[in-house]
Write a protein that binds this ligand. Structure first.
Ligand code: F6R
Length: 615
């Protein structure tokens, strides 16, 4: 969703801001803009479209290389008001002195707008954001508060979520930022400061980071920074964290697309997730140790998440119920937060989120916390809101994911759920610890090589994918562990190729979707050689007799399956748990090659955002 980057220092701000915006492009956006303080005036530049369009405009202006000091930039993902220049950020107050960029939503904007209109303030956009800058301007120009007080007084009156940066041409040596509900990080390097909605625009310059917490405001003045509480105005002492990301983690390397790179990253990212998390006889999840005695005694688990992370949750349910014998409910976070879910201090609520910033998942965690449940985060981004809001957690450690369509984060989430499940099962003695753990680690010991074998098949997967690129609809079918994989495969295809696709449990398709099947309908079957194998073959026969096109992903070399399939992608003969991960990679590549062939914007598909920070 919207991206924020701001710079305060003595270098030319525009090259830094544009570089930052490019690194934030992955979040998804439809317009972009900048503002800087220049010779006592605010200069605002904005446009609908891409950062490249904004860059062209800026480079044609003298200001591009003539503005050292403070500047800020924004990519907007429209919520209130169409994506156009007028609604793009920064927004400026009526006096033209104060400019603001904002991530989040001001929920009481209608009331505030009415109040400001009564004070004869005119509005220039259809956004909720403009209300906030006009309110700051009102306190500053009409009430006579100073700049910092005006920002704080305004923030105390807004409901909703915000990550903001504010400039004032009367105070060229100041920059103010604040957060509540939308992430904001401060990067510090000697006499320079960087603010951004995530660390990606900052790592190039500094590794010293402060994560702002809820309702915190940072005032940058001269060479100093002061972080305070929005409500109490008390200065806070905040820890500076040293991050260990490398700039290469944020670049495409030899690949044309981040998504392609991230699919390939899985030949080490999954192993990275596993590293250091076991010894000969135990699974080590240190992030949970403080709460483990309570977690292992639970009698009900909820898993809550959105999108791809929710699919990982379905796999979690399957294995936790199988091995640890605890009932698990998997709920979309957007439903969980409003449902009458039964929660108490014995319930464990696991929130899965790559970004750790998804608004619905965060709200679900807050609800679970309020009810006294034990909350566990499975996140990829250290220091993210969900990682901090949960009682305890496990990081997926798969590296930064930039492609909007989640790939390597999913496989790492699944691996974390395997680990969690086995630890739970061994603590509860519902498995034969020695045999099960030994078996698990033996299976996973060859993982990198197995993933590599699948990645080496990508030319063949591409060939199969291209055969079906003009289909208008796909069915993805699997059973057990592979039903969530079918859902995930279908989601990948629709997100990045804009082709309709649905995932179903293989046998369930008889109860409706089979009506769609004709000679033009490709049906992807995930067919592991396990106890459901013969059942799936019958499901394939059912589709075949209605002339559907069969694409099988399997580790079976059976002639019958080969004969029934129009195309067959053969995977290494691995355990069912590994098979699902390998099948996922095939489906990621399948969707990727179709999307590229259809010339889609693979890394930033239309209408989508990498972290959905609004409800
Ligand atoms: C799909 C995708 C989304 C996310 C969802 C949750 O490829 O990326 O469905 O999985 O928006 O995001 P996180 O995991 O960041 O909470």
């Amino acid at each position: 969703m919207c991206g924020i980057v701001a710079y305060k220092g003595n270098k030319d701000c525009h090259p830094i801001l544009l570089d930052g915006l490019k690194r934030l492009e992955y979040r998804g956006y439809d317009s972009a803009g900048t503002a800087c303080n220049h010779n006592g005036k605010l200069v605002v530049t904005k446009c609908r479209g891409k950062v490249a369009d904004l860059e062209r405009i800026l480079k044609s202006r003298k200001i591009y290389s003539d503005c050292s000091g403070s500047g800020m930039a924004h990519t907007r993902w429209a919520t209130h008001g169409e994506p156009n220049r007028k609604n793009a950020h920064p927004h400026v107050d009526q006096s033209g002195k104060i400019a603001l960029i904002h991530n989040g939503i001001i929920e009481n904007y209608i009331t505030l707008k009415k109040f400001l209109k009564n004070k004869k303030i005119k509005f220039n956009s259809d956004t909720d954001t403009e209300v906030l800058v006009q309110l700051i301007g009102y306190f500053y120009n009409k009430v006579g508060l100073d700049f910092e007080e005006s920002v704080r007084a305004s923030l105390q009156r807004v409901d909703g979520a915000y990550g903001i940066v504010v400039l004032n041409s009367d105070e060229p040596d100041m920059m103010i930022a604040a957060r509540s509900g939308s992430p904001l990080v401060l990067g510090i390097k000697d006499h320079e400061f960087f603010l951004a909605s995530d660390i990606s625009p900052i790592v190039k310059y500094t590794k010293q980071i402060i994560y702002l917490d809820e309702k915190e405001i940072v005032v940058l003045k001269g060479d100093n920074y002061d972080i305070k509480s929005v409500d109490t105005n008390l200065s806070l002492s905040k820890e500076i964290k040293i991050i260990d990301h490398k700039i290469q983690d944020f670049e495409k390397g030899n690949f044309d697309y981040f998504m392609h790179k991230e699919i390939h990253d899985q030949n080490y990212s999954i192993t990275n997730t596993l590293k250091g998390r076991s010894n000969d006889h135990d699974i080590l999840l240190n992030g949970l140790s403080k709460y483990w005695n309570d977690i292992k005694e639970t009698n009900r688990i909820y898993i809550t998440a959105c999108g791809t992370s929710w699919h990982a949750g379905l796999i979690g349910k399957n294995i936790i119920e199988k091995f640890a014998k605890i009932p698990v409910h998997v709920e979309y976070a957007s439903e969980f937060r409003y449902n009458d879910t039964i929660l108490d201090n014995k319930t464990v609520v696991i929130a899965i989120s790559q970004s750790g910033e998804t608004a619905d998942t965060l709200a679900a965690v807050n609800k679970a916390n309020d009810a006294g449940a034990i909350t566990v985060g499975i996140c990829n981004v250290p220091g993210s809101s969900i990682a901090r809001a949960t009682d305890c957690g496990i990081y997926t450690r798969c590296g930064h994911e930039i492609g909007v369509a989640s790939t390597k984060a999913f496989t790492s989430q699944v691996v974390i759920l395997y680990l969690f499940c086995l630890k739970l099962a061994s603590s509860r003695k519902t498995i034969d610890v020695k045999t099960t753990l030994t078996g698990f680690f033996k299976d996973f010991s060859n993982l990198d090589k197995d993933v590599e074998i699948v990645l080496r098949k990508e030319k063949y997967i591409r060939k199969v994918a291209l055969k079906y690129k003009n289909a208008s609809s796909f069915l993805y079918l699997g059973r057990g562990l592979n039903f969530p994989i079918a859902l995930e495969g279908a989601l990948k295809l629709k997100e990045i190729s804009y082709i309709h696709a649905e995932g179903y449990p293989a046998a369930e398709m008889k109860h409706g979707p089979i009506a769609l099947v004709d000679k033009n309908m490709p049906v992807i079957f995930i067919v592991p050689k396990d106890k459901t194998y013969n059942k799936i073959l019958s499901n394939i026969e059912e589709i075949k007799s209605r002339k559907g096109k069969i694409i099988s992903i399997t580790n079976s070399k059976s002639k019958r399956l080969k004969d029934l399939s129009d195309d067959l992608i053969l995977l290494p003969n691995v355990s069912p748990y590994l098979f699902s991960l390998l099948a996922t990679i095939v489906l990621q590549l399948f969707a990727f090659f179709i999307a590229v062939a259809k010339k889609r914007d693979v890394d930033q598909p239309r209408n989508l955002a990498k972290s959905v920070t609004v409800e």
